[in-house]
Design a protein around this ligand. Sequence first.
Ligand SMILES: Cc1cc2nc3c(=O)[nH]c(=O)nc-3n(C[C@H](O)[C@H](O)[C@H](O)COP(=O)(O)OP(=O)(O)OC[C@H]3O[C@@H](n4cnc5c(N)ncnc54)[C@H](O)[C@@H]3O)c2cc1C
Length: 458
Amino acid sequence: MKYDYDLFVIGAGSGGVRAARIASLAGARVAVAEEYRIGGTCVIRGCVPKKLLVYGSEFAQAFADAAGFGWTVTGAHFDWPTLRDNVQKEVTRLSGLYTSNLYKAGVTPFEERAEVVDAHTVRLLKSGSQPTAERILIATGGAPQLPEGLPGVELGITSNEAFLLKELPKRILIVGGGYVALEFANIFHNLGAATRIVHRGDRMLRGFDDDLRAHLHIESERAGIELTMNATLTKLERAGGALRATLSTGDHVDADQVLFAIGRHPNTRGLGLEHAGVKVDKDGAVVVDEYSQSSLPSIYAIGDVTNRVNLTPVAIRDGHAFADTVYNKRPTAVDHRSVPSAVFGRPPIGTVGLGEGDARLSHGEVDIYRTNFRPMRNILAGNQERTLMKLVVDAKTDRLLGVHIAGEDAPEMIQLAAVAVKAGITKQQWDSTVALHPTAAEELVLLREKVQGPLSPA
Ligand SMILES: Cc1cc2nc3c(=O)[nH]c(=O)nc-3n(C[C@H](O)[C@H](O)[C@H](O)COP(=O)(O)OP(=O)(O)OC[C@H]3O[C@@H](n4cnc5c(N)ncnc54)[C@H](O)[C@@H]3O)c2cc1C
């Protein structure tokens, strides 16, 4: 044999594990290296533990809502170590499953860091060995970014550490305006921490539909999260037993924890890619073609490290498509359009397809259908949270271009709406679906009036 392996995968996250398993089951000799814990960001310190914390944090609202339905909840008490440790137990269980699935598929795992030496060689840092492979797959994901040059930056944490905090902070300052910032703000706020988001933009959730962004801004403030927009941190320091952040506005904010959620960068630093001749872009993402092949033909890259659509199901698709293309002789390119996504805030968001602004840019004239209401459940509960639903339709073809929901169960609804958007159905076909009563989702198929202009606060 010319090489030690047919395929060497660097990174055992969502994409790497899928690619390794499918390639191995197709008959390839596969190894995978993981420098932290098998399972990757999603399983260890992303989607899964985050969603479990969201579930845990939502009891607070449920207890508050219960009174309107006749319940008296007394003595409710939250214990952070219990939730944190139970979440970590589940993470460990899942990581074990991922590991055993690799073994079952015949993949050789190395639990150590790997770097690229050349087109067919990797270096394993702990053992110092240099196995060779016909192909190398870069599946190293992304890592949290920190504000460059901020004095005291080392006093803050990122989402990586947020899952493992010894104590629940009484006050937390979250820096950033993306979905990770908003989700952690809701988790900590619901669990009882005084929570403030500081964001350099004038609205959170850049890239999402503007009405959704406006709605989330209103609802987050209504829920009691303090929002400081158009501001950054200029200094972080210890003050007594806490931290003091100085803002670009000159204000000071005291907190027990400062969490930086200002974005993620592709995990290619020190990986040896440029040295081996693999092209990376200005952000460090590996440049690949539609089959995930890099500028060096024996090296491929999938998932977050390519910075295409940074979501777990996409990384898994990328990994599977790579293995099908190369080892199952079924060339498969992943379509990265109309991928649904969620933000588990209050209210949660589910969104798919084009937002109104992007749709106008790419399609010209669009019709907008929108409703903003207080769902039935919230009336009895005395809960003021409102739901927003919005459809973006191509005025020329009547095709549905985007569905955007902020409301209870929006992530669950959007998965099915995504089928319709992906299939390219028309608004007329959408409307021909009979409503399901009584649900909030029925409002989606009852939207008949076109609206104009941005959402105004209700
Ligand atoms: C807080 C948070 C919440 C998220 N929530 C969601 C969500 O709700 N839904 C969703 O779809 N996505 C979510 N994501 C994004 C999702 O986690 C990623 O899109 C997904 O994990 C990408 O998979 P991947 O295989 O590309 O990389 P990863 O899962 O990041 O795996 C890469 C692996 O490579 C390892 N590695 C890196 N360099 C090396 C090296 N040199 N040698 C060996 N190993 C290495 C890393 O340790 C890591 O385990 C979330 C992310 C975060 C941070």
